[in-house]
Design a binder for this molecule. Structure first.
Ligand code: NMX
Ligand code: MLT
Length: 576
C-alpha cells in the first residue's frame, strides 16, 4: 500500500498540474457575487448606508475630532515610524445600545470627572469598533480594485508534489492580520516581535499586553495608550460579567445550566484541550451572531458587527474557562477547587488576570503570560488552527463553532500539542541523561528518539527556514529571568545538538527550533508544571489572531471556502 503510494508520487512528481491559481481565484474567495451589490453602494456613495435598526451614523462624529487630536498628540510618531497604516479617513461611529451600556459602566468606574478627559475616554472606548467600521469601505474598494486590475494574474502554480505534500507552498487564501516569511519569521501587521515589544503601548513592565496586539491586528494601527486601556477595560468587563453570571447561576437554583456545568459533566481526565473545545461549543448559545442570523433580519453588511461582539466575548471568556479547566483537571488534588468559577479581577490586564486565576500572582509569571499570549496569537492563515477557524467561519458558522474547530486542530501533536510533547520529552531526557548534558550523550538521546520512530518535538516547520523568532524571544526571557534553571540548560544544549542531527537525516526541510521548543521550560520554571495544559494556553492566545481575522473576513465579505479536490486516479489519467 505504502509502496504503491510512493510509486504514484514518483510517477507524477514535479509535473505541473494544469490548474493554475490566479489572483482571481483567491479573490473569488473574498468577494462572493452576492456581495457585489454592497460594493456598488460603496462605489457610488463611498459610504456605507446604514440599514441596521437601532444604529445611527454621522460623518462628522464627535469622536473623530476628539480622537484625531488625541491620536496625533500621543501616538502618531510611533505609528508613522513603524510604517503601520493609519485608519481610513471619514470615521463614523455607532451609538449601539450595547456601547452605551458599556460606556456608562466604564465611566462609572473612572475616578476623574474632568469633562475633556471623559470625552477623550469616550472616544477611545468607541474607537475600536468605529475604526474597524470606518475602514471597511476603503478596504472593500481596495480589494475590488485589486480584483479588477489583477484578477487574471497568476500568483503561483500547483505541482503534484505540492498537492500531495499537504498543499505546502500553495498561495490560496487571503489573511490580513499577519504574514510569515521563511527567513524573517512572523510579522504582525508588518511588525516583528522585537518591534511589538518596543512599540505596543499599554505595557505593565517590558512585555507587550495582548490587548494592544488585538487592537493592532484588527485595525492595522498601533493603538494609543488610551485605546489599549479602553479595550482592556472592555474585555475585562466582559470576562467579569461572564464569570459573575455563571457563579450566581451556580449558587442559584440551577434552573439554567452554564458552561461550567457542561465541563463538570466530562470526566476530569478528559484532555484539557478537549474540554476547552467542548466549552466553546457549550457557550454557542450566547452567540449574538447566531441569534441575529436566526431572526432573519440581519443584512450581510452587518454580519461583522455581531461576529465582533461574539469574538470579543469569546476572547474575554476563554481565560476564565481555561483557568477553571486548569484547577479542575491539572493541579494536584490538594490545591484543587474543582467546582468554583474563577474570580476575575477586572483591574488587571487579560494576561495578568489569567495568570492570577490559575493561581500564579508573581509579577514575573504575569510578564511571562503577557509574552506568551502575545507571541502565540497569530502565524498567518495557513497553519491548521487558523485555517480551520477560517474555513468553518466561511460557512457563516459563528465564532464559537469556528474557533472550536481551530482548537481541535491545535490539539494535534504536529501542531499546538507539540508544546506538551516537548516537555514530556525534556523530562524523559532528564531521566535518561541523569544530569550529563555533554554533547555526545545528548546527541545519542536525540538519535534514539528518531530511531524509535518519533519526531523531535519542537523542531522543524512547514514554512520557516530558520530559528523561530518566537523561540528567540523566549530564550531572551529565560536568559533574563532564569539563566540557571536546569531544564533551560538542557534546552540550550539541545539547540546546539538537534539541528545537526536533523540535517543528517537528509529529509528535514527546517532543522531549527520552533515556538514549542521553548515555551514549556519557561512555564515549568514559574510553577505551571502540568504539560497537558500547555496547548490550552496556546489556544487562549490563538483566539486573538483567529477571531480578529474572522471579524475582518465577514467585514470584507469573503466567500465560502471550497477548493477543488481530485482523486489519485484523476492525476494518473491526466499525466499518463
Ligand atoms: N523530527 C523528525 N523528523 C522530522 C522533523 C522533526 N522535528 N521535522 C520534519 N521531519 C520529517 C518529516 O516527518 C518528514 O518525514 P517523512 O518524509 O518521512 O514523512 C520530513 O522530515 C520532511 O518534513 P518537512 O517538509 O521538513 O516538514 P513538514 O512541513 O512536513 O512538517 C512539522 C512540519 C512542524 C509538522 C514537522 O517539522 C514536525 O513534525 N515537527 C515536530 C513537531 C512540532 O514541533 N510541531 C510544532 C510546529 C509548530 N506549531 O506550534 O504548530
Ligand atoms: C503556528 O504557530 O501556527 C505554528 O508555527 C504552525 C504553522 O505556522 O504552521
Amino acid at each position: 500500500m505504502l509502496s504503491a503510494t510512493v510509486a504514484r508520487r514518483n510517477l507524477v512528481a514535479r509535473r505541473r498540474i494544469q490548474g493554475e491559481i490566479t489572483f482571481s481565484a483567491i479573490r473569488t474567495t473574498v468577494l462572493s457575487s452576492s456581495f457585489s451589490s454592497f460594493l456598488e453602494i460603496v462605489d457610488n456613495n463611498n459610504n456605507v448606508e446604514s440599514s441596521s435598526s437601532g444604529s445611527r451614523r454621522s460623518k462628522k462624529s464627535s469622536w473623530r475630532s476628539t480622537f484625531g487630536n488625541n491620536e496625533s498628540s500621543t501616538s502618531s510618531s510611533s505609528s508613522s515610524s513603524s510604517g503601520v497604516g493609519r485608519p481610513g479617513a471619514g470615521g463614523r461611529y455607532d451609538h449601539h445600545q450595547y456601547h452605551r451600556h458599556h460606556r456608562s459602566h466604564f465611566f462609572s468606574t473612572t475616578s476623574t470627572t474632568a469633562k475633556e478627559d471623559l470625552e477623550e475616554k469616550k472616544a477611545a472606548f468607541d474607537g475600536l469598533k468605529a475604526q474597524i467600521e470606518s475602514q471597511i469601505p476603503s478596504e472593500i474598494a481596495r480589494l475590488k480594485a485589486l480584483k479588477t486590475k489583477y484578477g487574471q494574474e497568476k500568483v503561483g502554480e500547483v505541482t503534484v508534489n505540492m498537492l500531495m505534500g499537504g498543499m505546502r507552498g500553495i498561495v490560496g487564501m487571503l489573511y490580513e492580520t499577519s504574514l510569515l516569511d521563511a527567513n524573517d519569521g512572523i510579522r504582525f501587521r508588518g511588525l516583528t516581535i522585537p518591534e511589538l515589544q518596543e512599540k505596543l503601548p499599554g505595557k505593565r513592565d517590558r512585555e507587550p499586553i495582548p490587548e494592544a496586539l488585538l487592537f493592532l491586528l484588527l485595525t492595522n494601527k498601533v493603538p494609543t495608550e488610551k485605546e489599549v486601556e479602553a479595550l482592556r477595560a472592555d474585555l475585562m468587563e466582559r470576562a467579569e460579567k461572564f464569570a459573575k453570571e455563571c457563579a450566581m447561576n451556580d449558587a442559584g437554583n440551577k434552573s439554567k445550566k452554564n458552561v461550567f456545568d457542561a465541563l463538570r459533566a466530562l470526566p476530569e481526565e478528559t484532555h484539557p484541550m478537549t474540554q476547552l473545545s467542548a466549552a466553546c461549543l457549550a457557550m454557542q448559545n450566547d452567540s449574538k451572531f447566531l441569534k441575529m442570523y436566526a431572526s432573519g433580519t440581519m443584512k450581510k453588511t452587518e454580519y461583522w458587527k455581531y461576529i465582533y461582539e461574539d469574538a470579543l466575548d469569546l476572547i474575554a471568556k476563554l481565560p476564565v474557562v481555561a483557568a477553571y479547566i486548569y484547577k479542575r483537571s491539572c493541579v494536584k488534588e490538594a490545591a484543587r477547587k474543582s467546582s468554583e468559577v474563577p474570580t476575575v479581577d477586572a483591574s488587571l490586564d487579560l494576561a495578568a488576570n489569567f495568570s492570577q486565576m490559575m493561581g500564579f500572582s508573581s509579577n514575573e509569571c504575569k510578564e511571562l503570560m503577557r509574552l506568551y499570549l502575545t507571541i502565540h496569537a497569530d502565524h498567518e492563515g495557513g497553519n491548521v488552527s487558523a485555517h480551520a477557524t477560517h474555513l468553518v467561519g466561511s460557512a457563516l458558522s459563528d465564532p464559537y463553532l469556528s474557533f472550536s474547530a481551530g482548537l481541535n486542530g491545535l490539539a494535534g501533536p504536529l501542531h499546538g500539542l507539540a508544546n506538551q510533547e516537548v516537555l514530556k520529552w525534556l523530562k524523559e531526557a532528564q531521566v535518561a541523561l541523569k544530569g550529563d548534558y555533554s554533547a555526545e550523550t545528548v546527541k545519542t538521546f536525540v538519535e534514539n528518539t528518531l530511531k524509535s520512530g518519533r519526531v523531535v518535538p519542537g523542531y522543524g516547520h512547514a514554512v520557516l527556514r530558520r530559528t523561530d523568532p518566537r523561540y528567540e524571544c523566549q530564550r531572551e526571557f529565560a536568559l533574563k529571568h532564569m539563566p540557571d534553571d536546569e531544564m533551560f540548560q538542557l534546552v540550550s544544549r539541545l539547540y546546539e545538538i538537534v539541528p545537526d542531527v536533523l540535517k543528517a537525516t537528509g529529509k528535514v526541510q527546517n532543522p531549527w527550533p520552533n515556538v514549542d521548543a521553548h515555551s514549556g521550560v519557561l512555564l515549568q520554571h514559574f510553577g505551571i508544571k502540568e504539560e497537558n495544559f500547555y496547548t490550552v494556553m496556546f489556544g487562549v492566545s490563538r483566539s486573538i489572531g483567529c477571531l480578529s481575522q474572522l471579524i475582518l473576513s465577514r467585514a470584507h465579505g469573503y466567500a465560502i471556502e471550497r477548493p477543488k479536490s481530485v482523486t489519485s486516479k484523476w492525476l494518473e489519467e491526466k499525466f499518463q
